[in-house]
Structures are given as C-alpha cells and as structure tokens.
Write a protein that binds this ligand. Sequence first.
Ligand code: SAH
Ligand code: SF4
Ligand code: F3S
Length: 483
Amino acid sequence: MTSRADDLDGRPGSSPGEALPGGAPRRVFLETYGCQMNVADSELVRGLLARDGWVVVPDPAEADAILVNTCAIRENAEERVLGRFTQLLQHKQTRPGVQLGLLGCVATHQRERLLDRAPWIDLIVGPDGYRDLPELLRGGTDPRIEVRLDRDETYADLAPDLAPGPRAFLTVMRGCDKFCTFCVVPFTRGRERSLPAEAVLEQVRSAVGEGKREVVLLGQTVNAWRHDGLDFGDLLRRVARVPGVERIRFTSPHPSDVGESMIDAMAGEEKVMPWLHLPLQSASDPVLAAMQRGYGLDEYRRLLERIRERIPGIAVSTDVIVGFPGETEADFEATENFLRETRYDFAYLFKYSAREGTRAWKIEETVDEAEKGRRLERLIALQEAISLERHREQVGREAEVLVEGPSKRPPGHVHGKTRDFKTAVLPGDGIEAGDLVRVRIEDATAHTLLARPLGIASTLEGVGRSASVTRESGRPEGDVTSR
Ligand code: SAH
Ligand code: SF4
Ligand code: F3S
C-alpha cells in the first residue's frame, strides 16, 4: 500500500462522490478496534479500497474518508468506539466533505439506534457488507447503511493488504453458530461459514510470497472450519505443506469442536506451533450450563489432559468471564481453583458485560460491579503469579524466536515470539524482523522472557538449518513493524 500522496496535501475536502481533479487518489484513514478478526477485516478493506484507487493515510486530518472498524463484545468496548466518533466529528466540522464511516460489529449490533445516536455518520457497514464499500463511498450525501448479514459471504476471492511484519492473520471461517448466552458475535457476524481450502492455501502462498513466515488462521470458532469433506485438522496439514511457511497458529478454537484430527495435526506437524488458546469462561458446571457453552468442566478437563499428553510442553491460554448472572462465591472459587490446577500460561480475564439482544441480557444480574471487580482482581493476581512461575521455568532453556521488530525497551533490543507464543526480548545486533533466532532464556517477568542469541553455529532444531539466525532471501526490506 502506498503511504500518502504529497501532492494532495492541504487540499480542501471534496464532497462525497465528487471526482478529484486529475483523477488523483482519495485518501482514507482506517482505525480498528476489537479482535484479530476485525484486524484481518481491516486488511481486507484496505485491499479493496486500494484497488478502487484509495490511498491509506496515517492521520485522520489528511483523510477524505475516516473509517472506524468497531467492536461490540463488551459495553465499554462499544462506548469507547462511540466516544471516538465524537472526537472524529471535528474533522467533518472543519472539512464538510469528509465522510465518516462506522464499520464492524457495532454496525450490526446497534443498527437500529446508531442514526439516532450519531446522525452525522455517513456510512454504517457491517462485517458482511465490505464488498460494497467502494460503491458506498462514492454515493450521495444521505447516510448509507449496509448491515445485512450474508450467510455466503467469505471474501474468499479478495486479497487483503497485509500489515507489515513476519506474521499474517488470515481469516478461514466467519461467523458463529454457538450462541453462548452472553455473546453478541452470532448477532454481529452471523452464521458460520468456511472458506474453501484452496482459497485459504492461496492466501497462505500469497502471504509467504510477501515474506511472511508465520500464519495465524482466524475464526470465532476456527476449528469448526469444514469444507468439502475436510475438517480443521486436514486444513492444518495442508497449510503445513505450503513451501515457505515456518509457523502455523490458529485462534480461537472452541472446546466442543476439538476433534482427534486437529489434535493429530498439532501433535504431528512440526510447523503447527505448540500453543493452544482454549477458552474456558467458567469452571462451574451451573454457570457453564447457563452460558450454554456446550461442555461441562469434566469434559473440558479431560480434553486438556488429552491434549497435554499428546503434545508435551504445549502452552495453553484461556478466556474467563467473572460475574455472569447467578455466579456465586462458590462458582467463582471453582474457577479460581481450576486456574490454580491447570496453570494456564496466560489468560484473558473479563468482567461480564450484559449485551442487548443476547439470551443473558434478559437474566437479572446478581453480581454488582464492585464484586465483579473484586473477583477479577483476585483472578488477575493469581494468574500473574502463575504466568511468572511458568516463565521462570523457561530460564536456562533454549528457544526459537521469530523476530517481529524493535522492542520498546531496553534500547537496541528486538522482540518476537517463541514457538509456544511467549514474548521474548533480545539484543538486536545484526538481527532483523523476520529472522528466526535460536536463543537461551536468561531471565523472566510475568509477561516477557529476556533472551540471548546463541552462537551462529548452533542448529535450528526442526527447521534443519545450521545457523542461529535464519533469513528468507526474498523478504522485502524495511518490513520491521510489528503489531
Ligand atoms: N469465540 C471465542 C471467543 C470470542 S469473544 C470462544 O468462544 O471461545 C472473546 C472472549 O470475550 C470470550 O471468550 C469471552 O471470554 C469474552 N466475552 C464475550 N462476550 C462477553 C461479555 N458479554 N462479557 C464479558 N466478556 C465477554
Ligand atoms: Fe461468542 Fe460463544 Fe461464538 Fe465464542 S463460541 S463467538 S463466545 S457465541
Ligand atoms: Fe469484537 Fe466483533 Fe471481534 S464484537 S471481539 S470485533 S467479532
């Protein structure tokens, strides 16, 4: 993607739909909130708009169209986004031709209310409406709304404009059919649908062609992927065969969709990384039942035991919600004990947030904000201690790091991920983004491993090259930014 068109600087905003003199490109600013799937959707949108002649600019003050890709998962996420729009409105006030567009999950979640709350928004486009964006950006002065969900839309034929860095996030399935009672996703993103395997493989090949070394396959229930008789394990095995792919990850799998085929692929494919994000939500059976998660604690525990047996040393992370309606102190303690027993490598911990339209919205809340806060703090403290212990166990061990770019601190260092998805920081001398570096772990905090590159003669296990640093010859220069 080109950066900015300097010859257009200082040009007053034009009206929507008006062609610029000399057919000059129009400029778009795109900001993204929410999960990796939203990030990947923004890459798709950038690709689409670039093909229509738009240029992405880094500053809303320079843009003819300001788009915000939004998240509705919790109330504060949604409110933050609407607050951001109030700030962005100033650009429209000073340059009346500027178009403001709201994309993503808030578009479908708030479809009825958005125009009352923010009548100055020009475009409201849900996750299945992006194909129409170039056309919608061309047309008229009335608000343009495309919030229909489309059970066939996978964007399989569209090339995303991937962000810089050695890792590519690639959506392999969209939507969710699970309808957990707390969750807006099935309403904001619609029904589950998978991209054909060949379309996924084409995207992987194209990412590798751009110098990516790691792919992260994405979906809200990514392991529900199936197409033409193939399951998610088959997909992992096929992706692992693409020449040039060094590392494969995926997120988020749903416990109920974990099959033997997926476990076999994780255990048998060297390129499928030993890390699994397996959302738990709660360790109390009554709460899991009220959430309609589709599994009980014993089932989850047995599944995790089987996975740990088959893939020794695998890192496991999770999501937990505290304060779901009806969660008693004993339910909460069950979750606390399970975190202690399971020793997750890390966990995303959330306070329950009632979302309109979900089944749980109608259930009266029984845990007040202060109590939710107390439960959350307790889990955070526990998990921080466990994460620190887990990290300390790594000290003295060797690991392989895929370098993503300069680290914020200490100066002169770079950061990247180990095979088991731990963040490592190491001295950056002679090391570039995209390098796979063999390191020894020397120190650890709860969030970071401090590492030292090993001598150049050490062997990169599993990749079979004899250097501590391996490079792709075709990697584009300047590809150093990480997310
Ligand atoms: N599809 C994934 C999760 C997607 S949403 C799965 O089912 O595992 C990411 C996480 O946000 C969820 O796992 C859950 O922990 C949290 N979350 C979703 N809805 C929420 C709500 N209403 N309140 C609080 N946390 C929520
Ligand atoms: Fe939401 Fe449940 Fe679907 Fe995950 S599986 S996206 S939590 S409804
Ligand atoms: Fe948010 Fe939508 Fe993702 S609600 S978490 S951006 S699927």
